[in-house]
Every structure is written in structure tokens, then in C-alpha cells.
Design a protein around this ligand. Structure first.
Ligand code: CA
Ligand code: CA
Ligand code: CA
Length: 138
């Protein structure tokens, strides 16, 4: 299993396991679909980045610019969230900063953009969501 697929699995699992995250629609396919701000059926890198900023703001409930385990109470989601934070935590301080979250590796986007033209079109999104659903049901 490549590292990017392992990371994607962690993201998918975090979304599926936590009602709080599910409520925020922290599911890669869903997040990508919602990132299409101008509704033209193509999600560009810029749209993806803007969506990440919005997602970060929603997860960071206390607004301190960091995602920590305190932003999501509950032990069950805590463990998954720790994994997610660890996957984003580039400088290893145990927290995912806004910068680490927004400018971090765009695992879902990169995987969805099958032809690597810098945008995820409708067909690519549909295939990605199908693949993500399969990962979840394993
Ligand atoms: Ca668009
Ligand atoms: Ca960090
Ligand atoms: Ca593409």
C-alpha cells in the first residue's frame, strides 16, 4: 500500500467513524464535490484550497488556528483525529496548524485528478467517490 493511499484511508476512516466529522461532511469525495464554488463541474486547485480553508475554520472550533484533539471532544473520534492530525503535522508539534492543513499534501485531490491536468472534472470525481466508497466498505 502506498503512503498516499494509507493517508487517504485515514482521512476516509476519520470521516466515517466520527459523527462530528461526518456532520461537517469531512468525507473526501463530498468535500471535493462541495469545493466546486462556481459550479462549472470542475474543481480547480484554487477551489480546492479555498474549500480546505473553510473546512479548517469549521474544525478549528476554538479559532486558535490549530487543530488539536480539543477541537473534537469524544474518545472514539479522538483516536482517529489523532491519526489525522499526525498525517497533517509536518513540523511534528502534535497539532495541525492552518498552514499545515491548507498547504499540506492534497491527497484526495491528487488522487481524484486522474489525468493530472490540475482540475477534477465530473468523471474524475465520480470515479473517486466510487473508489472512496469501496475503501470505506472494506
Ligand atoms: Ca469550478
Ligand atoms: Ca504542526
Ligand atoms: Ca483532471
Amino acid at each position: 500500500m502506498t503512503k498516499s493511499i494509507a493517508l487517504l484511508l485515514a482521512v476516509v476512516a476519520a470521516g466515517a467513524a466520527s459523527p462530528a466529522l461526518a456532520q461537517m461532511q469531512f468525507e473526501p469525495g463530498e468535500m471535493l464535490a462541495r469545493a466546486d464554488a462556481d459550479g462549472d463541474g470542475r474543481i480547480t486547485r484554487a477551489e480546492n484550497r479555498a474549500a480546505r480553508e473553510q473546512t479548517f475554520a469549521r474544525i478549528d472550533r476554538n479559532g486558535d488556528g490549530m487543530i488539536t484533539s480539543q477541537d473534537l471532544p469524544g474518545r472514539r473520534s479522538g483516536e482517529r483525529l489523532q491519526k489525522l492530525i499526525a498525517s497533517l503535522d509536518a513540523d511534528g508539534d502534535g497539532r495541525a496548524s492552518r498552514k499545515e492543513f491548507v498547504e499540506g499534501r492534497t491527497v484526495a485531490f491528487d488522487r481524484a485528478d486522474a489525468n493530472h491536468d490540475g482540475a477534477v472534472d465530473r468523471d474524475e470525481l465520480a470515479s473517486f467517490r466510487e473508489a472512496a466508497a469501496q475503501l470505506r466498505s472494506r
